[in-house]
Design a protein around this ligand. Sequence first.
Ligand code: KIV
Length: 297
Amino acid sequence: MSVAPRAGSGKVTVPDIVARKSHSFAGTVETKPKITCLTAYDYPTAHLLDEAGVDILLVGDSLAMVVLGYESTLPVTVDEILHHVRAVRRGTRRALLVADMPYGSFHISADESIRNAVRLVKEGGAEAVKVEGGERRLELIAKLVEAEIPVMGHIGLTPQSVHAFGGFHVQGKTAEAARQVERDARAVEAAGAFAVVLESMPRELAAGITEKLRIPTIGIGAGPDCDGQVLVFHDFAGLTLEHMPKFARKYANWALELSRATGEFCDDVRAGRFPSDAESYHSPAELREQLLARQRS
Ligand code: KIV
């Protein structure tokens, strides 16, 4: 599948996302359509979400928790992310495809970080990568951008920092913590990121950052004033079996529907209602006669 953007093809590109930033001049706000982003981890889901018009598909390292069943995002590897990026690539035509850089893939050396990001683009077909962290990632983001890899930043509650934070807690709730989140936002922008995810922070802080930055902000648990919103697919589709954070709206209840369908399938099989004759293959008439005759004799 060709993913090279062609003018007028409707393909969402990095410059399209940057152009969706709403700017305010002298008290008036020039509003743009908000950016929509969902996570995706496989071909059929990517295909459906892409056709339904979502702007960005993110192969998030949330893969570790919602698909692979780990308790945090830390264990997932570059190879595992790559496997899913390839599947999502095959299902995506229009949306911008962003791949998360997992924990450990950009913490050892600049060379190794760039090599890993290049793999996500070259072997996976990602059009951009997402990197967690603010000020500390300034140099790395600049190096990736220099290597022609567009970068989406991610600040606030960065799940890869779960141990440093002591859990998945809302960030920026004190004056000093809020200033740090603002510094992180500015650093990510200064380093050349084309957009930044703001996760789990007071809406007032996210609104202030959104107003100050030139790049779009994409919120998750950061209130309605960001330039766009992202949800984890399993929360959105009602497939999350554990506790859902308060910001995650369930747009469908697939868990309920799958559980109902599974019960119905088991009942039908056990009662001999599935498969029906119409759902079965049949021998040609001549052979059927022979088989019936053999059964009778
Ligand atoms: O991994 C992920 O799904 C994410 C989103 C929550 C933004 O980083």
